[in-house]
Design a binder for this molecule. Structure first.
Ligand SMILES: [Zn+2]
Length: 486
């Protein structure tokens, strides 16, 4: 996980040397000798730190039953791995993208997006097993060791002002860069280990092949742009599918293991599909947040990004940022005091001009980054529905003249959301239905309409368009989530 790597301190050189002398052991999962410069304890600490960040930045999916189910499947597989003693955890993140990832130490995440695309427990086990494989083979520990060697003598340049460091990091990273990129060999090894753990868990191995078929289709549907990160960081699914087919044949063919189709589909019935507009959506440059009941206008032509803990915009010249977050303080005064008292921040003129009738505290400020560059900005703290919001506009010092009016206008646009259509918006959800007679996907879509095209239904159900689907089969459709007109 890159983000955690950046913020983690490198080990002191002395400790590192001692470790490199001490360990070049044989990995129990892969049988290979491995140069690991970090101890298992450090590996777990790094993973735990990374897990906190993942959960703060992406957020967990709010469904305790589904979380418990995924954790149970994962725990059973991990218990049969070569590293059963790690503090394994398996969680669902609230992310519509088709993705899964492992942090060092056994912290494994699947997205609600990938869960909506699986059609059996064995498919879930295949991907979870693959991620367990990255951990047991210590791929991240190996990468982190390399990264630490690179960091020695270079030093880590962190921005001095935490508020600003936090955000500029996100803009640079994007979510897909939160994950370590493993080598193709690492990926093949994780596939092999995943197959091993599936087999130990008595799952039907052919389901892993279906996962690669699905991933290949997701990649095709995404086209060249917006490729899900799990695909862009992993080798071609077609090639992996063929490798796995060979591996299964060499192992004497698939034994009749667990598929768990019906029980899996019952578990994901009702899961949110695609972006969740209740967590905020854009109408042009206006950001509307139904759950928190506010709206806010970014300058037109800016590039915006909505994250669980912040929504932000970047100017077309990429030299200014406007960022809206919740402040932790209980009052606008306390929030303003706490912001302006940070080291590295210099307070300028302040004002108590209210914003659309909401209590507000404004302040100009200057900040010096660790590399010595000067920033200037305008911040406003606003009280709304018992919460305090912080909206920050900042740029490099000599551009403040250009952006001052832009910041003022945008920051003063924060208002209550009163549009009933926007307030009542709902996400799309998957609904699982059992066929009372054989039919094609097209007939299914006609009888049980979806708010996604039939091509999407084909993808998430693993059925080709035109194929005759037998009676009794469970199929997913997607309902709701029609966005209100302006
Ligand atoms: Zn992988």
């Amino acid at each position: 996980m890159r983000r955690s790597m950046r913020t983690l301190r490198p080990l002191p050189a002395v400790a590192l040397l001692a470790l490199s002398v001490a360990s070049c052991p044989v990995n129990p999962a892969t049988g290979e000798r491995q140069l690991i410069l970090i101890s298992e304890r450090q590996e777990i600490e790094m993973g735990r730190e990374g897990a906190k960040q993942v959960e703060a930045v992406i957020g967990l999916y709010d469904d305790p039953d589904l979380q418990a189910y995924v954790d149970q499947i994962g725990q059973e597989l991990a218990a049969k791995s070569e590293r059963p003693g790690l503090p394994w955890s398996f969680k669902v993140v609230d992310d519509p993208v088709v993705n899964a990832f492992a942090l060092p130490g056994g912290f494994i995440y699947v997205t609600r997006g990938i869960l909506g695309h699986f059609n059996s427990e064995a498919e879930l086990a295949a991907v979870v097993g693959h991620e367990i494989g990255h951990v047991t083979a210590r791929h991240s520990a190996e990468q982190l060791s390399r990264a630490q060697v690179a960091q020695l003598g270079v030093g880590v340049g962190a921005v001095f002002v935490p508020e600003i460091a936090q955000y500029s990091d996100f803009l640079n990273l994007g979510l897909n860069l939160m994950f370590l990129k493993f080598s193709r060999d690492d990926e093949r090894q994780a596939d092999d280990l995943g197959l091993r753990y599936m087999s130990r868990g008595s799952y039907d191995l052919r389901e892993m092949v279906d996962v690669f078929t699905m991933l290949g289709q997701v990649g095709e549907a995404a086209g060249g742009s917006g490729l899900p990160s799990w695909l862009s960081t992993h080798p071609d699914p077609g090639e992996r599918r063929e490798r796995m087919e060979r591996a299964i044949a060499e192992a004497g063919g698939p034994s009749a293991g667990t598929v768990g189709r019906d029980r899996y589909l019952q578990r994901i019935d009702g899961i949110v599909f695609g972006e969740n507009p209740r967590q905020g959506f854009f109408r042009g440059a206006t950001f509307l947040h139904p759950d928190l009941e506010f709206q806010f206008e970014f300058p037109t032509d800016w590039q915006m990004q909505n994250m669980p803990h912040a929504v932000a915009g970047l100017s077309p010249q990429e030299d200014a940022i406007i960022q809206l977050t919740l402040a932790e303080s209980s009052s606008v005064d306390a929030a303003a005091r706490s912001f302006l008292s940070q080291s590295g921040i210099r307070a300028g003129s302040t004002s108590s001009q209210s914003v659309n009738g909401l209590p507000a505290r404004w302040a100009y400020f200057g900040a010096t980054t660790q590399n010595g560059s000067e920033l200037r900005g305008l911040v406003v703290f606003l009280g709304h529905e018992g919460r305090v919001y912080q909206i920050l506009g900042y740029t490099i010092a000599d551009r403040m003249g250009t952006y001052d009016a832009v910041f003022q206008r945008s920051l003063a646009s924060f208002d209550r959301l009163t549009d009933p259509a926007a307030l009542s918006v709902q996400p799309r959800r998957i609904e699982v239905l059992r066929l009372d007679r054989a039919m094609t996907l097209e007939e299914f879509a006609e009888r049980h309409p979806s708010t996604v095209p039939t091509t999407t239904l084909a993808l998430i159900n693993g059925w080709d368009e035109g194929a005759a689907i037998p009676v009794g089969e469970r199929l997913k459709r997607v309902v709701g989530g029609v966005m209100p007109e302006q």
